[in-house]
Design a protein. Structure first.
Ligand SMILES: Cc1ncc(COP(=O)(O)O)c(C=O)c1O
Length: 372
């Protein structure tokens, strides 16, 4: 048993299972609040945990602003009592109507959404105005990831200005998400942020000089969080997500994130040991996310030197010279390489406190549709 992840009643723990340690989650939250200088500068992303219970732990820590990527996550946050939810995604097609329904059904929650295109912004305005409601809009800026977001420049200022004139839209600021900045060295991440920040601040000034408010700058994920947290700039809201459960991918990579530790572990079992140098675990691609390269997909804990040799839907094949130590049924702990999509593979997580499984939390927002 790994001392960081005590679990005494293993006979009652099915495998593969994802086990969450709320004490470690609380610690991660407290550390991030401390680094941010208080909960008001945080807007954590819910996509990592997708659970009402962890949303409540964040609310208990004083976090009032939340970020999500899907309508289902937004609904889950609203039902957990989150007062301010940014859907950090461009909403198109029927998802616009679902947003309107959320606004109608959850008057206690203020919603906002990303914009990055004039026509889509026009359509959004038509949908909310026709329903007689209003939504906050955050201009998504492409600061180097080249995924979504409008290029920083005049067209961005014009889009923000035209959104401000459209019925039903309330301009609330910019999103500056730099998913490409994950250099291990803090100085390199800082340099990466500096590279795009000056033009973003110039854009903010330009927009403000047109008489428009830009109250928020919603910034970054977990790797650049300590950099943004250290900035003395009005309206900065840091939006890390992974930190809450953390994983083997980020864990240990960033010295300035010391104190944030993986809070979810996979319990897996040896299902076969066909040769003296191979064990096969019940930790297939349906139990742990397969987006990292095979060698970084999982980190086996307390395991002799090994190489991940293959990964199928329900099997993880591990080569180790010490396979002879294992027999079918033996439990192995593993940290996911990428916890966010791993969580989404599980209908529920087991909750461990005091070394025992004390409950189960539904991964409620793994579903695409809740009620709206
Ligand atoms: C828009 C946006 N904001 C914040 C985050 C959180 O980043 P991280 O997972 O590094 O904490 C993500 C992650 O995908 C994201 O896409």
């Amino acid at each position: 048993m790994n001392p960081a992840y005590p679990l005494s009643d293993l006979d009652s723990v099915y495998s593969p299972a994802l086990v969450v340690y709320p004490e470690l989650v609380r610690r991660n939250i407290a550390r991030v609040v401390e680094l941010a200088g208080g909960p008001a500068r945080l807007r954590p992303h819910v996509k990592t945990h997708k659970t009402r219970e962890i949303a409540r732990l964040l609310l208990d820590a004083g976090v009032t602003r939340h970020k999500c990527a899907t309508v289902a996550e937004a609904e889950m946050l609203a039902t957990a009592g989150a007062p301010d939810v940014l859907i950090a995604y461009p909403l198109v097609g029927p998802n616009r109507g679902r947003l309107v329904e959320l606004i109608r059904r959850f008057p206690g929650t203020t919603f906002s959404v990303l914009i990055d295109h004039p026509l889509a912004t026009q359509r959004l305005s038509e949908a909310v105005a026709a329903a007689g409601v209003e939504v906050g809009v955050i201009l998504d800026l492409d600061v180097g990831q080249h995924r979504t977001g409008i290029t920083v420049g005049n067209a961005a200022a014009d889009l923000y200005e035209s959104a401000a004139k459209l019925p039903g839209l309330r301009p609330e600021g910019f999103q500056v998400y730099d998913g490409h900045n994950h250099q291990p060295d803090r100085a390199d991440r800082e340099a990466g942020v500096r590279e795009f920040l000056a033009p973003v601040l110039a854009l903010r000034q330009e927009v403000q000089s047109r008489g428009l408010p830009v109250p928020r700058l919603v910034c970054g994920g977990t790797p650049s969080f300590p950099v943004f947290a250290g900035l003395d700039i009005d309206g900065v809201e840091c939006s890390p997500g992974t930190f809450v459960l953390h994983d083997a991918g980020y864990g240990g990579k960033f010295a300035d994130l010391a104190g944030i530790t993986p809070a979810a572990v996979l319990v897996t079992r040896v299902v076969s040991r066909p040769t003296a140098d191979r064990v096969t675990l019940d930790l297939g691609t349906k139990a742990v996310a397969s987006d990292p390269p095979l060698e970084r997909r999982v980190k086996l804990l307390d395991f002799p030197e090994y190489e991940l040799a293959g990964h199928n839907e329900e099997h993880l094949i591990v080569k180790t010279a010490e396979a002879g130590r294992y027999t079918p049924g033996d439990v192995v702990y593993a940290l996911p390489g990428h916890v966010c999509p791993t969580v989404a593979l599980h209908k529920e997580v087991l909750v461990s406190e005091g070394g025992k499984v004390v409950g189960r939390w539904a991964v409620a927002a793994r579903d695409r549709v809740l009620t709206v």
